[in-house]
Design a protein around this ligand. Structure first.
Ligand code: SF4
Length: 380
């Protein structure tokens, strides 16, 4: 069982906070699709094409900038090369690209889960983020999902914006919930150094909200979503029962996946060992040699590294980590120091234990990154 991630590296404009790999040069879209098809073909008859593909995820960038013919050729070659039998095919969509016709078209191609980049319904906040869409387009896109009866969808929300009051955030949450989403990803605005926002913060032109404000926003998001039946199952992800994202959950569980397109990561684990590699984040090189672009920064992963990753990823989820699973899958055992530390965190209500499973409480999840670093530092 495996997954496929495809990175579509194009956007209409650069959002102020974004540090993903993308370009705004539309004329390169068709050459990119041709190169992507070549990259897919390069996997033909390889061991990677012999496992059944359970999930496909089209991310970016903005996959909804591709037209029907381009998407068709991508899906056709995926079917030709891989054993595609997916339970979940997700495509990221930007609201300004979405029409009922576009949704019907991607549904016909097999997409059964739309990931809508809403972020906010507030005009000023969307402008501050330099998003390409406006509030009306976000509403129309969500209406179109309802109108076409799209099988499933998720929407992104960003909180912790400068100047965003709790009341404004509550309005965003209420508006999103009025569309009864089965899944929501909610992120706090992060300031990445090489972005436009990062530079503005560095120059002192923008003051990001302090940690208390962000924590207050997070509490609001969590309690409002919980009231609507969306349970927090990962630090940034909320879902109705059974609507958790399969593709992302597979990342957290170390299932195999192949990443296609510039800047995509791959992970593969079999009897020969475990490897992770990265496609170079360079479209020019990718266009020249799509199948040669893979395996940059190839890394062999030891069982210890995998065990640590499992702890790091598992503790971000409601499922936590099982000691038995750590031992069986990764030969990883907690040291005495780690055990003592975990007991302390249980007393402080940051961790909880059920049989051999450790997980973070809602309070622990708020500071999960710090807790994981401390825990791993005490390992042998
Ligand atoms: S649309 Fe998405 S990928 Fe493109 S710039 Fe905005 S946040 Fe980044």
């Amino acid at each position: 069982m495996s997954g496929i991630y495809i990175h579509i590296p194009f956007c209409k404009q650069a959002c102020s906070y974004c540090d993903f790999y993308f370009l705004t040069r539309g004329e390169l879209r068709q050459p990119f699709v041709d190169a992507l098809v070549s990259e897919i073909q390069s996997y033909k008859d390889s061991k990677f094409a012999k496992e059944s593909v359970q999930t496909i995820y089209l991310g970016g960038g903005t996959p909804s900038l591709l037209n029907e013919k381009q998407l068709e050729s991508i899906f056709e070659s995926l079917h030709e090369v891989f054993l595609v039998d997916p339970v979940e095919v997700t495509m990221e969509l930007n609201p300004d690209d979405v029409t009922p016709e576009y949704l019907s078209m991607i549904r016909d191609l097999g997409v059964n889960r739309a990931s809508m980049g809403v972020q906010s319904f507030d005009k000023k906040i969307l402008e501050f983020m330099h998003r390409a869409h406006n509030p009306g387009e976000a509403i129309h896109a969500l209406e179109a999902l309802q109108k076409t009866g799209f099988p499933s969808f998720t929407a992104d929300l960003i909180y912790g914006n400068p100047g965003q009051s709790a009341a404004k955030l509550k309005r965003d949450i209420d508006q999103l919930l009025s569309f009864d989403p089965p899944h929501i990803s909610a992120y706090s605005l992060t300031i990445e150094p090489k972005t436009r926002l990062g530079k503005q913060v560095e120059l002192g032109r923008i003051n990001p909200p302090d940690d208390d404000r962000v924590s207050e926003h997070f509490d609001l998001v969590r309690s409002e979503l919980q009231k609507a039946g969306l349970e927090q199952y990962e630090v940034s992800n909320f879902a109705k029962p059974g609507k958790e994202a399969v593709h992302n959950s597979n990342y957290w569980n170390h299932e195999n996946y192949i990443g296609l397109g510039p800047s995509a990561h791959s992970f593969w684990r079999d009897k020969e060992g475990a490897k992770r590699w990265l496609n170079q984040a360079n479209l020019k090189n990718y266009l020249n040699n799509p199948s040669g672009s893979y395996r940059e920064e190839e890394e062999n992963l030891s069982p210890k590294t995998l065990g640590e990753e499992r702890i790091m990823l598992g503790l971000r989820t409601k499922w936590g980590v099982s000691e038995k699973n750590l031992e069986e899958m990764y030969d990883y055992r907690f040291s005495d120091k780690q055990r003592k530390w975990i007991e302390k965190q249980i007393k402080k209500s940051f961790f909880e234990r059920e049989n051999d499973v450790f997980r973070m409480t809602a309070e622990g999840l708020k500071i999960s990154d710090h807790l994981v670093v401390d825990l791993l530092a005490l390992g042998e």
